[in-house]
Write a protein that binds this ligand. Structure first.
Ligand SMILES: N[C@@H](CCC(=O)N[C@@H](CS)C(=O)NCC(=O)O)C(=O)O
Length: 210
């Protein structure tokens, strides 16, 4: 009986899905692709996800899911007891919904456009440099805004949620941990706390295996 299979890349957003499946106790086969051209353009991935992005999840019925937040919603449906989403009557449920969306629809795309600016600007290198800078700056403003809504010890105060999982890899990405430490210290602390969860030790170790 086939299970779930994830196309992933080490250190990428696929870590969020790996972590969520682990915490929910749902078995997951992971295939890591490299970040080079022939990595995310690998035929196996191209066939199932023409967007050529990770995470890409192949479900037991053979159907595909992309979009990390949608995958987490599916997992929350499958395993409500995993508590990745706060209960509907949780006092910070609305903040959870807002920031899950903000991270996915505003912050994540700054990487889509800023990571490979030449793709969007037809190779114009100087415009590409500007796009990289402006998307990096915009991301900093968005993180400062998120910081102003962040709780302690988790984003939703005492309630651990899927948002905390996003903060683990995302605090490693630009502008990086040193920036978060001084400019968004609550988010930085959450990233470190998730990284130190004993239940996620294997996920963490897999990201640095060669
Ligand atoms: N909306 C997607 C974004 C996924 C995404 O941008 N993944 C990055 C890796 S962290 C990627 O595959 N980038 C390559 C590309 O966009 O070409 C999600 O939430 O899953």
């Amino acid at each position: 009986m086939p299970g779930y299979k994830l196309f992933a890349a080490k250190g990428g957003g696929s870590m969020i899905v790996e972590a969520a499946f682990t915490l929910a106790g749902v078995p997951l086969e992971v295939e890591y692709l490299s970040w080079t051209t022939l990595g995310l353009e690998h035929d196996d991935l191209k066939v199932v996800n023409p967007l050529m992005q990770v995470p890409t999840l192949v479900c037991p019925d053979g159907r595909i899911m992309t979009e990390s937040a949608a995958i987490l919603m599916h997992l929350a449906d499958l395993k409500p007891e995993s508590r990745l989403f706060p209960a509907p009557d949780h006092p910070r449920r609305r903040d959870f919904l807002r920031f899950l969306m903000l991270i996915n629809t505003a912050i994540y795309p700054t990487f889509t456009f800023g990571d490979a600016p030449q793709k969007w600007l037809k190779g114009d290198e100087s415009a590409g440099k500007v796009l990289r800078e402006t998307t990096d700056d915009h991301r900093k403003s968005l993180w400062r805004y998120a910081e102003s809504w962040a709780g302690e010890p988790w984003f939703l105060d005492d309630t651990f949620s899927a948002i905390d999982l996003y903060l683990w890899p995302m605090t490693w990405w630009r502008p990086g941990r040193d920036w978060f430490r001084t400019e968004a210290p609550k988010i930085h602390a959450i990233g470190l706390k998730v990284e130190a969860l004993p239940a996620l030790k294997a996920v963490k170790e897999r990201q640095s295996e060669t």
